[in-house]
Design a protein. Structure first.
Length: 125
């Protein structure tokens, strides 16, 4: 199997035993991002603040591979409270344009580092 491991300082370092991303046959599977600022590893405040930081982190991952948001095929969004679903939709409109990437959004009991939201993306070249 010919796969490429992605590592960049433009997004937070892995907080566990995983890679920031893996490319296989032109498809890049990026690990989930939480609202950590890459340089300080401090969590952004509030749901909206975390989404903003997450999108900055995703932009950093994409930039490290000479990609843009338009290259995103699918997002998977994990929230600790589905009551924030309308904020997810607001963020989608702010950060993406039509046609939007495919997505799933599920509620989970907890996320790493006490995050309120985590987003992972799959992108293509």
């Amino acid at each position: 199997m010919n796969k490429k491991i992605i590592s960049t300082k433009l997004a937070p370092a892995a907080v566990g035993t995983y890679s920031q991303g893996v490319e296989y046959q032109g498809v890049i599977y990026f690990s989930g991002q939480i609202g950590l600022e890459p340089k300080t590893m401090q969590m952004a405040e509030g749901f909206k603040g975390q989404i903003k930081q997450i999108m900055n982190n995703i932009d950093g991952l994409l930039k490290s591979q000479d990609l843009k948001r338009d290259n995103i095929i699918k997002t998977s969004i994990f929230v600790t409270d589905l009551g924030n679903f309308s904020l997810v939709n607001e963020a989608y409109v702010e950060y993406f344009s039509e046609p939007y990437p495919a997505r799933s959004c599920v509620q989970v009991p907890a996320l790493p580092k006490g995050a309120l939201v985590e987003i992972e993306v799959i992108a293509g070249r």
